[in-house]
Design a protein. Sequence first.
Length: 399
Amino acid sequence: MPHSILVTDGEQRPALAVVRSLGRAGHRVTVCASRPHGLAATSRFCRAAHVVPDPLQAPEQFRRSVEALVREREIACVLPVTEASLLALLPEAGGTLAGAVVPFPDAAHFRDISNKRLVLDAARALGIAVPAQVAVSHPAELAALDLDALGTPVVVKPSRSVVDGRDGGLKMSVSYAADRRALEALLGSLDARAFPVLLQQQIRGPGVGVFLLRWHGQLLARFAHRRLREKPPSGGVSVYSESVRMDDAMLEQAAALLERFAWNGVAMVEFKRDSATGVPYLMEINGRFWGSLQLAIDAGVDFPALLVAAACGEHPAPVLDYRIGTRLRWWWGDVDHLLLRLRHPPARWQLRGADGARWRAVRDFLAAGMPGGHSRNEVFRWSDPRPALRETLDWFRRR
């Protein structure tokens, strides 16, 4: 049954994947974003586009604008895409926003699952491997800490990716410190709102994501991928990824964590598999649509359509199988990855030996585009070409 859907954060790639998914399913999709002409707004599946305040900088104004759109366009379901939008829109008690369904848990549950320290503590209690770590609430605490167990470089990871507040939020990112002196300087440079931060052992190995849609205790969809390349190269968003066979042990761990947090909706449970031991270590949980969402859809697991169907009272059949070996390439993200590899020494990206060789970076970049492969371009699609043109223009303007 078609519904009127509002998708936020139209400048983001996951929003484009959501809009294409729901448009093909027959829904009437409206997009809002903090700037005009975003990726999702240029899709042929977008019925209408609106500019709204930035959810990170002006959360209250953003929420009021979205509520007005819900009433004006008679929206049945709102799909926030970024963490900032979710923090601004999720009702404290869960349920609806101006009468529209928001198919996520309430704000308290979302804040809990977005708290990396809380998630890693829960994982440890469940017997799930996590990196060695210590929490620091103030830079002055560093002097009394023994960091030998963490090794070097030390991963500096804020407990929350987004610190929200009524007067605006702050987006945080992961950093690396080569030694104690660099760590002192790094902690001293952080905004006070970033604390507490986690000082963490670096796990070297490929990133593996377990993606689940859990609805009122039932597993409606599952999917797994591995990251082949990221931006920045030391670890970040996926620019080239591949669908892989589900690891039963990681699936069991991911499901147990979501159960522990009483999670309802989509989630990405991120692991890193240690290259030396093969042990998967939990990194974090993202309780929202993820960057490589289009890969899951291409492989046969249409998370957005399934989520909307469940949220609107339908009873979709669970999708537990998918195509293995499907690859997705975010072209301009991969170009950025290559440029970073060529412009900076391997040590900048925590790469060692042959893994850091520039010739290998060029070879791998070219190989991804060879005929006969299984990779698809994430943004460019012949059936919907305008978002790729928009992204290309934006990429050159940033240069």
